[in-house]
Design a protein around this ligand. Structure first.
Ligand code: ADP
Ligand code: ZN
Length: 747
């Protein structure tokens, strides 16, 4: 192994020595030094090389070129080949990746790999398959000088090449110009006026005219004016309830970029990448290429979309989290929709926040970034009140719709039958009779969360997790939602042989109960279980959009970005799941969920109502939210965070460890803590180690150690030194551990 070190001690290197610093997809916190390949090719930063690595060949990305290496000469090996003709990653992206690797304390090779489509992490050539031709600088000069004279076919071809927008000219296009094109092209190639490359087939612009946008409201105009006036980096927090017209603002700001020939990147949460949203972009931007980057693509599709972004052919790039690393040679604008959404933070491996990186990237590129949400994260609210983000508000709802009215239903006073209290049932009857749609939210899939033996009190639990098994009636199985283990529902209690009872509500049970009570109203359930099949989610959303389904019931899949204009009543079956979570973010999450779910009510012409069933109707934050809205809630929640010293008023990193038994994980964390104490400056606290809230999961015991400080720069310095000490601990080899910087979930 030839690990590079930072800082190059000048050795006896020849002055023109070239050392490639290569990022290799391996769990090592370093770059690797190689000499250029023997064929004399000198790759540039951003190009891939094939290198010998341990006993195999690996693909790596050249990140930098140095004049010397700290690796002794006899151990410095040569790269085997250069894989690309030109850099795949430009200097902006390389800088972003280097910064992210340092900030998130994650190996640079793995970080680099996450920026490349899977096919390019392998030896796959960056050649899309069809030959194209481009004019050379010499060709351009010749063209300007009026050549080629007396060769009409060559002249026609060269003019076509000169008018090319950079995507290249295909054989098919030449063929449409002149019959004798092959011979003429050969002659042009011989004069070196034309060069051959490989390119993608031209994208057919979809037929039809682009739709005309609606006239903006005053608030939308003001927001658009602010965004379009930004000539350099500027961060905007676009706040507006669902249906207030945020997407319309994005569309207009993007249209201005398209008109200027610049690219826009739109990041959306995983589930938010709905057909509805993409359709809306397609309708608005007919003839403008849209590259989609999300997990539902095949490797080839992803590579193709990535290339179209990289070549600047598609001016709009829409994608989930990892699209924050999409190449944007013509960057003009970055949009992060639903910026509060948890899925923007990667929760395993390279644990980056796509939102935070988007802001960093916008600053680096000198372009505006718009963070949009009905329920901004407290971090962004704090940034806005500190003046770092410019706040743009869309207060009114467009059209006739009004904000929904809230009702808190006290579960201590009202008896819920199958999860439904009489006030909620009465409201459902009222709205259904009046022709409205009803949405019921319950963030728990399955039939019932518990299978209990009333005789002996035994609950069926997962053998590998600290969790109860969830009853799935349809499959007649009990399943663990944490490790995926499942088995047939036992006939009798394994302890005493008594009858087993399904206790509590899941969406499957709620569906049965609602269908029994309202048999005349078609019902659609949307959760992970009902939408596994291809096309299922589209079909179900379609039934709701067309008004054929009158009752809509489901989990948080319903809360994200979908437009249900005919929903007039929202019922939150159990608000208490979130209120008393162990995480300091529990109340923020609950408020966001309530507002997001409630936002589905009354988006059309009809006003909406929201019923929230809770055991704690007097909870101060719940009261504040329902009475005064999310903004006031946010202020109060921020004040609580400040008093308690939690983010955004402090900065956290979480060291997690897991092992087949409790002991090694705890011992590792104790050693890590001791190592940290040798480094820790004042004002930096190490809290723990402690067992994770769900200690056992998938047969592994999990524990964690929290680092907290008021100063981000101090945390960064500490983490760099600490990680090196941790990795060197003998216990590190016996546990699976990871470092999570700015964790969004404390377990
Ligand atoms: P959000 O993204 O905040 O949920 P949208 O942009 O999706 O809001 O707008 C909600 C609905 O209102 C959409 O159907 C949209 O077409 C419509 N809409 C948005 N802005 C206007 C406007 N200025 N005039 C008329 N309709 C609008
Ligand atoms: Zn389990």
């Amino acid at each position: 192994m030839q690990r590079a070190t930072s800082g190059h001690t000048p050795d006896a290197a020849t002055p023109d020595r070239v050392v490639l610093q290569v990022a290799i997809d391996a769990p090592v916190m370093a770059l690797f030094d190689y000499l250029p390949p023997a064929d004399g090719l000198r790759p540039q930063p951003g190009q891939r090389v094939l290198v010998p690595f341990r006993r195999a060949k690996r693909v790596g990305v050249v990140v930098a070129i140095a004049g010397a290496s700290s690796v002794p000469d006899q151990r410095l090996r040569r790269a085997l080949a250069v894989l690309d003709d030109a850099p795949l990653l430009d200097t902006h992206l390389l800088e972003l990746l280097a910064w992210a690797s340092g900030y998130y304390q994650h190996p640079p090779g793995e970080v680099c790999a996450s920026a490349l489509p899977r096919l390019l992490r392998q030896e796959h050539a960056d050649s899309p398959g069809i030959p194209i031709w481009r004019i050379t600088p010499a060709g351009r000069e010749a063209l300007a000088a009026g050549a080629p004279k007396r060769a009409p076919v060559q002249s026609r071809l060269l003019h076509a090449l000169g008018a090319d927008d950079g995507t290249g000219v295909t054989a098919e296009q030449f063929a449409s110009l002149a019959a004798g094109w092959r011979e003429a092209l050969r002659l042009l190639e011989r004069k070196a006026w034309v060069e051959r490359a490989r390119g993608a087939p031209p994208v057919e612009p979809p037929p039809g005219a682009a739709e005309t946008p609606p006239a903006p409201t005053a608030a939308q105009s003001a927001a658009m004016a602010a965004i379009c006036a930004a000539r350099d980096f500027e961060a905007f927090l676009l706040e507006g309830v669902t249906g207030s017209g945020k997407t319309e603002v994005y569309l207009r700001a993007i249209a201005a970029q398209v008109a200027a020939g610049r690219q826009s990147l739109v990041l959306v949460p995983e589930i938010g990448l709905t057909p509805q949203l993409v359709e809306r972009f397609r309708r608005r931007f007919r003839g403008t290429g849209i590259a989609l980057l999300h997990s539902g693509l095949t490797d080839r599709q992803r590579l193709e979309a990535w290339r179209r972004a990289r070549d600047g052919r598609d001016l709009i790039v829409i994608g989930t989290r990892s699209a924050v690393f999409a190449p944007l040679p013509l960057a003009g604008l970055i949009v992060v929709d639903e910026e509060h959404d948890l899925s923007l933070k990667q929760q395993d491996g390279f644990r980056y926040s796509a939102r935070d990186l988007a802001v960093w990237r916008a600053r680096q590129l000198g372009v505006p970034v718009v963070l949009g949400s009905a329920t901004p994260s407290l971090e962004s609210l704090a940034n806005a009140s500190a003046g770092r983000y410019q706040r743009l508000r869309l207060p009114e709802r467009t059209g006739m719709a009004r904000a929904p009215g809230f009702h808190l239903v006290d579960l201590r006073r009202q008896v819920a039958t199958d999860g439904l209290t009489p006030p909620l049932v009465a409201a459902m009857e009222r709205h259904l009779e009046a022709g409205g749609q009803v949405l019921l939210y319950l963030n728990r899939r399955g039939y019932a969360p518990t299978l209990l033996c009333p005789a002996c009190g035994h609950c069926l639990e997962c053998r590998r997790c600290d969790a109860r098994l969830v009853v799935h009636r349809h499959e007649n199985r009990v399943a663990c939602h944490h490790c995926g283990a499942s088995r047939a529902v036992p006939e009798h209690c394994p302890e005493c042989g008594g009858e087993l009872l399904a206790v509590g509500q899941g969406t499957e049970r709620l569906e049965a109960a609602v269908a029994g009570r309202f048999p005349q109203f078609p019902l659609i359930r949307i959760d992970r279980d009902t939408t596994r099949g291809r096309g299922q989610i589209e079909w179900r959303l379609g039934e709701v959009a067309a008004g054929r389904a009158r009752i809509l019931l489901g989990t948080q899949m319903l809360t994200k970005g979908h437009d249900f204009p005919q929903v007039t009543l929202v019922g939150i079956i159990d608000a208490d799941q979130g209120l008393f979570g162990t995480d300091f973010r529990a109340s923020e999450r609950l408020a966001q969920t309530i507002v997001q779910v409630a936002g589905r009510a009354g988006r059309g012409e009809r006003p909406g109502e929201v019923y929230i069933q809770t055991l704690f109707p007097d909870h101060p934050l719940l009261q504040l939210l329902v009475r005064d809205g999310y903004e006031r809630f946010g202020e109060a929640a921020l004040a609580e965070r400040r008093a308690a010293g939690w983010p955004p008023f402090s900065h956290l990193a979480l060291l997690r460890a897991e092992a087949p038994s409790r002991e090694p994980a705890m011992r590792f964390l104790e050693r890590a803590r001791a190592a940290g104490e040798t480094l820790a400056a004042a004002e930096l606290r190490l809290l723990g180690p402690a067992s994770a809230p769900m200690e056992k999961r998938a047969g592994r015991y999990r524990a964690q150690l929290l680092v907290e400080t008021a100063n981000r720069a101090r945390l960064q310095r500490f983490l760099g030194a600490w990680r090196a000490l941790i990795a060197a601990l003998p216990e590190a080899g016996r546990t699976r551990w990871s470092l999570d910087v700015d964790p969004v979930e404390l377990f």
